[in-house]
Write a protein that binds this ligand. Structure first.
Ligand code: NAI
Ligand code: MG
Length: 367
C-alpha cells in the first residue's frame, strides 16, 4: 500500500527546511523501499494570500485522506493585521481540531555533541531522553464557560474552565503507557490534585487505567510545580511524562530548553482512528517561521527532519528506519556540522542545504 504524506511547508523558513525533508523522503523511497507518495499544499499566511483562508476545505480534505501530515511553520509579521479567525495560526488550530489530534508528543533528547549547549551541566543532560505527552484538545484552553464579562458592581472578570472527562484522560493515558512500554517502562502522571478538582479526577482515572490495562508499567505521580523543579534539577529521572494541556504546554518548553536549540526539536500530534480505522497524525518542528532568517538558507532543518523520523516511527511503524534517520542526525553533529543556531567554536558552519547534504551522506554511510 502506498503511504500518503501531505506536505504543508507553510511560511518563513518552513519551505526551506521542508525542502530537505523532501530530499530525505526521496532517499527512503529509493534506498529503503518506503513507498511514500507526497503532495504539497498551502497552510498559514501563504494560504491566506492565495484564497483568504489559513487552511482551505480542499486542503483539509487532503489532510483527512493522508496517512501523515508534515508541517513546516506558519505566520510572520506580514500577516500581523489580518482578522483573528483567518490568521496563519488558525490553519494550525483547524488541523489539530478537525483531525482530533489529542496527543502531543514532545521528545527532549540531548545529542552528546550538543550537551554543552544546554543551560545545565553536561552530566545532567548528556544522554537525556524524555518523552512529554501533552493532552492537546481539552482542558483549560477549550473548557466552557470561558470569557470576559462585566459584573453588576462595575467590576469585570475573565475566566476559563479546566475540565476533563473519563475518555479524555483514558485515551491520553493509553498513549503514554504504550510509549513507555517501548522505552523505559515508566510513566509520571502530572497534575495539581492538591488544589484542583480536575487534578484529583485526572489522578484517579490514571490510577484506574493503570490497574486495568498497564500494571506492567511503573506509574508515578508528581505535582506540576514540583515537576518543573525536578526537570531542571534531575531531568534524567523521567521516562514518559503525561499531563494536561496547560501544564504540558509549559513543561514541554522547559524540557525542550534542557537540550539546547529550538532548531533541534521535533514533535508529533496523534489523533484517534476515523470510521475507516485510519489514524491521524501531524508532525512538525517546535520552532516557528523564523522571519529573521527566512529566505537566506540559514535555517536548521534538523527539527523538521527529526519530525519526519517520528512519522516513520509512529505512523508507519518503521522503527529501524526511524532509528537510522535519528542516528544520521547524531552523526552529522558528531562530525561537527552546525547551522548558526547551534554553532560552537571550532565546528563547521553550514547552511540549510549543506546540513541536508550531510544527513543524506550519513544515511548512505550508515545503511
Ligand atoms: P521562532 O521559533 O520562529 O524563532 C525564534 C528564534 O529562533 C529566532 O531568532 C529564529 O531565527 C530562531 N530559530 C527558530 N527556528 C530555527 C531554525 N530551524 N534554525 C535556526 N534558527 C531558528 O519564534 P518567533 O520568532 O517567536 O515567531 C516567529 C513567527 O513564527 C511568528 O509569526 C509566530 O507566530 C510563528 N510561530 C509559529 C509556530 C508554528 O508554526 N508552529 C510556532 C511558534 C511561532
Ligand atoms: Mg508553548
Amino acid at each position: 500500500m502506498t503511504k500518503k504524506i501531505l506536505i504543508l511547508p507553510g511560511d518563513g523558513i518552513g519551505p526551506e527546511v521542508m525542502g530537505e525533508v523532501e530530499r530525505i523522503i526521496d532517499w527512503f523511497n529509493k534506498e529503503r523501499g518506503l513507498g511514500a507518495e507526497t503532495e504539497r499544499d498551502l497552510v498559514g499566511g501563504c494560504a491566506y494570500d492565495a484564497h483568504g483562508q489559513a487552511v482551505s476545505d480542499a486542503t483539509m480534505a487532503k489532510a483527512q485522506e493522508a496517512d501523515a501530515v508534515l508541517l513546516g511553520a506558519v505566520g510572520g509579521p506580514k500577516w500581523d493585521g489580518v482578522p483573528f479567525d483567518v490568521r496563519p495560526e488558525a490553519g494550525l488550530l483547524r488541523l489539530r481540531k478537525d483531525l482530533e489530534l489529542f496527543a502531543n508528543l514532545r521528545p527532549a533528547l540531548c545529542f552528546p555533541a550538543l550537551a554543552d549547549a544546554s543551560s545545565l551541566k553536561r552530566e545532567l543532560v548528556e544522554g537525556l531522553d524524555i518523552m512529554i505527552v501533552r493532552e492537546l484538545t481539552g482542558g483549560v484552553y477549550f473548557g466552557e464557560p470561558r470569557g470576559i464579562e462585566d459584573l453588576p458592581n462595575g467590576e469585570r472578570r475573565g475566566f476559563d474552565t479546566q475540565v476533563y472527562s473519563t475518555h479524555e484522560v483514558q485515551r491520553i493515558g493509553r498513549v503514554a503507557f504504550d510509549l513507555a512500554r517501548k522505552r523505559g517502562n515508566r510513566v509520571t502522571s502530572v497534575e495539581k490534585r492538591n488544589v484542583m478538582h480536575s487534578g484529583v479526577f485526572w489522578h484517579e482515572e490514571m490510577v484506574k487505567l493503570h490497574k486495568a490495562e498497564f500494571s506492567d508499567v511503573t506509574l508515578d505521580h508528581m505535582l506540576a510545580d514540583n515537576c518543573g523543579m525536578q526537570l531542571v534539577k534531575q531531568p534524567k529521572q523521567f521516562d514518559v511524562i503525561v499531563t494536561d494541556n496547560l501544564f504540558g504546554d509549559m513543561l514541554s518548553d522547559v524540557a525542550a530548553m534542557l537540550t539546547g536549540s529550538l532548531g533541534m526539536l521535533p514533535s508529533a500530534s496523534l489523533g484517534g482512528k476515523d470510521a475507516n480505522g485510519k489514524a491521524k497524525a501531524l508532525y512538525e518542528p517546535v520552532h516557528g517561521s523564523a522571519p529573521d532568517i527566512a529566505g537566506q538558507g540559514l535555517a536548521n532543518p534538523l527539527a523538521t527532519i527529526l519530525s519526519f523520523a517520528m512519522a516513520l516511527r509512529y505512523t508507519f511503524d518503521l522503527s529501524a528506519d526511524a532509528d537510522l534517520l535519528e542516528k544520521a542526525a547524531e552523526t552529522v553533529l558528531a562530525e561537527g556540522y552546525r547551522t548558526g543556531d547551534i554553532m560552537q567554536p571550532g565546528m563547521k558552519k553550514v547552511g540549510t542545504k549543506q546540513m541536508g547534504d550531510a544527513v543524506l551522506a550519513a544515511l548512505t554511510k550508515l545503511s
